[in-house]
Write a protein that binds this ligand. Structure first.
Ligand code: HEM
Length: 296
């Protein structure tokens, strides 16, 4: 279909989706389908917890890199190359965006990260400069549109990757180490400040509030033509349609840390979840203890 026909069709379908969701109040995902020349955009935004769980277990969608990088939509490649999830120059993806397959050594990579976490990770070679650089990442999706931010994110990612390439312990995947470095530098300090400001709120409650979820959304890609069990009024397209789960909304709906750290259940949830919970619980007890010492 030429762009002269497909663009108005896409705009009309997008408007229908907006009306269904925001005017008629239908509990359906919002679909933005703009077949623009060079940067076609087709995204399905899902914020309902039950729908996220159902789509996540649907074999018609998978992790982004279940499709070869070059087949993914240009906007997705452009955005993710500025984050801690992908390094464009090496075409490597963080494990959470890889399909669960032998070819990406899913089990070995996961085990290596879990082993490091259970040992208690120590990074003696990480300097303040490395951490400062690692923070130059895209913090929110919209920030990619601010001039220069995407480029800054890409070079921060390149620098973090080459640091990890030189320093990573054997057995640990360099891309997974890069993600860990950048995530720790970016999110842990913010999360610790949140905890400090809210000493009387439980860790579960605090980190399931929409505004406090460190990862607001996670992506999936459509693998074959699908309406996602009737949730879409016309089929998503393989490689082209990206599904975004707003896990921060789902976390608040359910008060479940399985949404803060995944898509609602144990299956493929974050390897860091337990570590984070234990660390924050211990820190909270310490902060409370100090507070009562000061009062006494
Ligand atoms: C507070 C910081 C973090 C948050 C909020 C977070 C959140 C998440 C989320 C939402 C997912 C699921 C992604 C998806 O379903 O597409 C995930 C997956 C994952 N995370 Fe984290 N993460 C954090 C830090 C870390 C760190 C530091 C590590 C490494 C030690 C890590 C290792 C993983 C792994 C290996 C997966 C994939 C698990 C699998 O696919 O089986 N995460 N994380």
């Amino acid at each position: 279909m030429g762009v002269i026909i497909s663009l108005p069709v896409g705009i009309t379908r997008t408007l229908v989706s907006v009306v269904q969701k925001f005017i008629l109040g239908q509990n359906k995902p919002l679909r933005i389908d703009l077949p623009l020349p060079f940067i076609p955009i087709d995204v399905v935004l899902v914020s309902d917890a039950t729908q996220i769980v159902s789509i996540n277990t649907n074999a018609d969608v998978d992790r982004l890199h279940a499709q070869p990088t070059e087949k993914l939509p240009r906007f997705a490649r452009w955005y993710f190359s500025a984050t801690q999830f992908h390094i464009a120059s090496k075409d490597k993806w963080f494990l959470a965006l890889e399909p669960e397959s032998e070819s990406v050594q899913y089990q070995q990579r996961l085990q290596a990260l879990k082993d490091r976490l259970s040992e208690g990770v120590e990074h003696t070679s990480i300097t303040p400069e490395v951490v400062k650089n690692a923070r130059n990442v895209l913090k929110r999706n919209v920030s990619a549109l601010v001039p220069g931010h995407q480029k800054e994110g890409v070079s921060a990612q390149e620098a973090a990757y080459s640091f990890c390439e030189r320093n990573v312990e054997s057995g640990l995947n360099v891309m997974d180490a890069t993600h860990t470095l950048r995530t720790t530098a970016l999110t842990m300090s913010v999360a610790i400040m949140k905890l400090k400001e809210n000493p009387d709120v439980s860790v579960e409650h605090l980190f399931t509030r929409k505004a406090n979820c460190p990862s607001p959304m996670v992506p999936r890609v459509v693998m074959r033509e699908t309406t996602l069990n009737g949730l879409l009024s016309y089929p998503g397209r393989p490689s082209s349609t990206i599904v975004l789960f707003f896990i921060n909304s789902a976390a608040e709906q359910t008060s479940s840390l399985f949404f803060t750290f995944g898509s609602g259940g144990e299956y493929r949830s974050c390897a860091f979840k337990e570590f984070f919970y234990d660390f924050m619980t211990a820190l909270k007890a310490e902060l409370k203890g100090r507070r009562s010492e000061v009062k006494a």
